[in-house]
Design a protein around this ligand. Sequence first.
Ligand code: ADP
Length: 398
Amino acid sequence: MKVLVINCGSSSLKFQLIDASTEELIAKGLCERIGIEGSVIGYTPTGGEKIEKEIPMPDHNKAISLVIECLTDANTGVVKDLSEIGAVGHRIVHGGEKFTKSVVINDEVIKAIEDVSELAPLHNPANLIGVRACMDLMPGTPMVAVFDTAFHQTMPEEAYMYALPYEYYEKYKVRRYGFHGTSHAYVSSRAAEILGKKIEDLNIIVCHLGNGASVSAVKGGKCIDTSMGLTPLEGLIMGTRSGDLDPAVIEFIAGKENMSAAEVVNVLNKKSGVLGMSNNVSSDFRDLEEGYNKNEAGCVRAIDGFVYRVAKYIGAYNVALGGADVICFTAGVGENSAFVREKLMKKIECLGVKLDADANGKRGEEIAISTSDSKVTCMVIPTNEELAIARDTYALCK
Ligand code: ADP
């Protein structure tokens, strides 16, 4: 069965067509600047050249119809007609407490996703626009919702509850949810497969280090803690997000800079992280590494701060798990930056971790980067959220 995977943001839409039985990628692409002047669609059939076209996309319906045109094009398309697409898997950011696993979308599911939208006002409405556009253009094709939060729903109360008046949880469901769940689930199960062990027997720490970044503690295949919270702002220092800080900072800065709380939170989301710490050098680790090697103070401060925070979470989750067997690195920085991984491995040496420098220098493969006598096995495992979405979709629709 061919599964179309859709990851719909407010002005962008990523898609992949995957043969779910062989797990082969058939085609992929990206629509950018939806609803903004200068919309562009990029489309790459596997083994073919990338095609890029500037076409007006006033809304997501137009974007999805262009995706379908690309996939069914007589010359560069990969399917004869839409009936070859057996199901569509949608990435949905927030499933609240309602969704603990992926589900086939019906009216009730749409309503429930709408109900939790106030917990993810930037993401869920955009995700739903993608769902509705696909339903309009592909009536009769089953749609599946795969939630970023679902994998973390196994966290125990002691891990997910904030130390706030309990009524805020009862009234507004204020608690920690966690995100990047599809990635944490995929990488932890892949680690067990590669090691030839049962996931039930492993304690795994997954470090998803991308522009957004989070760590999770996975015990016997179940998430017992993760660093993101009610929103993706909590936890690690990220590209532009602050991660953990004293909540009193918000009122303090608001007073000093004459801003509202919402404006400060916007700064914490968009102008902080390594971007802010480096004094606006960059949110991209490639630029920061370059500056670090030239001993530029902002870049040194940002990378050292980032690495320290990840190490602190690994230390905490090592305790939460009662000792980690495996530590996995994934996403943009985790997969590509040998520089950051090396610094990180040094910081956690007290856990008995030993770096294999040659292995750490390799790129783009699933590889152990710790030596055979390392107490904890450390691995780089490229994440594949789209494949994980396709798998869930196939399992529910085949
Ligand atoms: P997201 O999905 O959250 O947007 P990604 O997982 O794609 O993020 O990660 C993007 C980040 O990965 C970039 O901002 C950059 O910091 C980092 N990155 C990508 N390639 C490299 C590289 N070769 N070396 C260091 N960092 C890299």
